[in-house]
Design a protein around this ligand. Structure first.
Ligand code: ZN
Length: 152
């Protein structure tokens, strides 16, 4: 199996079986994101405690890249501090070439860059799809912006 094929399988798995799909009854943070270029939408609910994300739920619709990226994000952020999430978000944006620089290694998995998220790197070749992959991360930053710097 080629690397492209492996990445495609990872993306399709997240698309077909989105992690933490749904909504929270009383979210501490919420944001809606949409990417009009492709028609992608996501709604993000977060539960926060002591400066960490303790739960996340996502609903959305759109292309496989946008929905898989949201699923991968949901998989990774629970238990993380807002500072760790901010660092991860910048890593992803460097992976997608939205920001300059090397994405850097994944502190949780030595030798790996970003685990499943790495499978999104292929979209760099398709500028329109970069917006799809970035939607979840931009929406996450929006949801957390009012909370950053103030432990909840
Ligand atoms: Zn899309």
């Amino acid at each position: 199996m080629s690397l492209d094929e492996l990445y495609r399988q990872v993306i399709l798995d997240h698309y077909r079986n989105p992690r933490r799909s749904g909504s929270l009854a009383a979210p501490d943070a919420h944001a809606d994101g949409n990417n009009p270029l492709c028609g992608d939408e996501i709604a993000l609910d977060l539960a926060l405690r002591d400066g960490r994300v303790i739960d996340v739920a996502i609903t959305g619709r759109g292309c496989s890249i946008s929905q898989a990226s949201a699923s991968m994000m949901a998989d990774r952020i629970v238990g993380k501090t807002l500072a760790e999430i901010d660092a991860l978000t910048h890593q992803v944006k460097r992976l997608l070439d939205i920001e300059e620089g090397d994405p850097g290694l994944d502190p949780e998995r030595p030798g790996a860059v970003l685990g499943d998220i790495e499978s999104l790197a292929g979209v760099r070749r398709f500028p329109v799809r970069v917006k799809c992959a970035d939607l979840a991360w931009t929406t996450l930053a929006e949801a957390l912006a009012p909370h950053s710097g103030t432990p909840t």
